[in-house]
Design a protein around this ligand. Structure first.
Ligand SMILES: [Zn+2]
Length: 315
């Protein structure tokens, strides 16, 4: 089968996090899933090569009377978008579907466990929608646990219960945004590999959203992944725009500490502001090239681009 030069050049990418659904809902004038003024759309996914994006169902529940209804509304938006452009983007639910898909791919995830409103049986509904990864919380304390700004607070009992229920249903536990003690709770109770879908190295940039070396080591030991995020303030604390070399520096450190199987990509496109070194999904090839020039092997980059995350989804 003939492939374009683009496809040959950059390995297929599985991006573990974007907030495009929420951004489209918040700003209908931005366009739709096919073409918009945001960071991710089908046209630019196609330009970039073979891309599967994890589209997060995100609700800022302190501003939403019913987080569950908010989640249902975003799911409706997802379904109607895919129905409209089904020949260009397809929902994928399994590793095999990701690998065999010939269009742009859309994997559903969740960011904010309060979507459940404390009712773990809703995880079965999320699973039936095709949700394959979910973060326990965002930046607010919720019924499952505490955010990164409250580092000493462990998971609540319902959060611990949620872990085994998610594992039973094949939903990967996502620890991005979680408190440090919450991370240790997951480490203690998880029986399967878990993910930090969009978090960098705290040793490189000391913000609580990034992972300490101890966390990276632990995550590597259980076969988990951390998705390198392009959020400028998680890439550099200096008063300048972040750069691709900041991304390479974080990736190198994460690999050195957690091992090559820990690396993934979790851009956080459409959830981040500021001056971006890579402005949208069509520019990811520049990072692929920069990593190659910095000495990352082909297999390390393939692991980071897709294979490591697929291993976690398949576990
Ligand atoms: Zn986030």
């Amino acid at each position: 089968m003939a492939t374009t030069s683009k496809e040959k050049h950059m390995y297929p990418l599985l991006d573990l996090h974007c907030d495009t659904l929420y951004a489209l809902k918040e700003d209908p004038l931005a366009g739709d899933l096919l073409a918009n003024t945001l960071h991710v759309d089908v046209e630019r996914m196609e330009q970039a090569g073979a891309i599967t994006s994890c589209f997060a169902i995100f609700v800022d529940w302190e501003e939403s009377p019913s987080p569950w209804k908010g989640a249902c509304a975003l799911h409706d938006l997802f379904l109607s978008s895919l129905e409209m452009y089904g020949d260009r983007i397809r929902q994928v639910r399994t590793s095999a579907e990701i690998l065999n898909n010939t269009t742009a791919g859309a994997l559903l995830t969740c960011e904010e466990g309060e979507i459940l409103e404390g009712d773990l049986s809703r995880l079965e509904v999320l699973q039936s929608w095709g949700v394959r990864m979910a973060s326990l919380l965002w930046n607010h304390e919720n019924s499952l646990g505490y955010p990164h700004t409250m580092p000493s607070m462990p998971l609540k009992p319902l959060g611990i219960e949620a872990i085994s229920e998610m594992e039973r249903l094949g939903i990967v536990v996502d620890v991005s945004h979680l408190s440090d003690a919450g991370f240790r709770s997951v480490l203690e109770h998880a029986r399967k590999p878990f993910a930090a879908s969009h978090s960098n190295s705290r040793e490189c940039t000391p913000v609580s959203r990034n992972l300490t070396d101890e966390m990276l080591r632990a995550l590597g030991e259980v076969g988990g992944v951390s998705g390198l995020t392009l959020c400028p303030s998680f890439l550099t604390s200096e008063k300048r725009a972040s750069s691709i070399s900041d991304m390479v520096r974080h990736a190198k450190h994460m690999l050195n500490v957690g091992g090559s199987s820990i690396l993934a990509i979790g851009t956080d496109f459409d959830g981040i502001g500021g001056e971006l070194a890579i402005e949208d999904i069509s520019g990811m090839e520049r990072l692929w090239d920069a990593l190659g020039k910095a000495g990352f092997s082909q297999s390390e980059r393939e692991g980071m681009w897709q294979k490591n995350a697929l291993r976690v989804f398949s576990a």
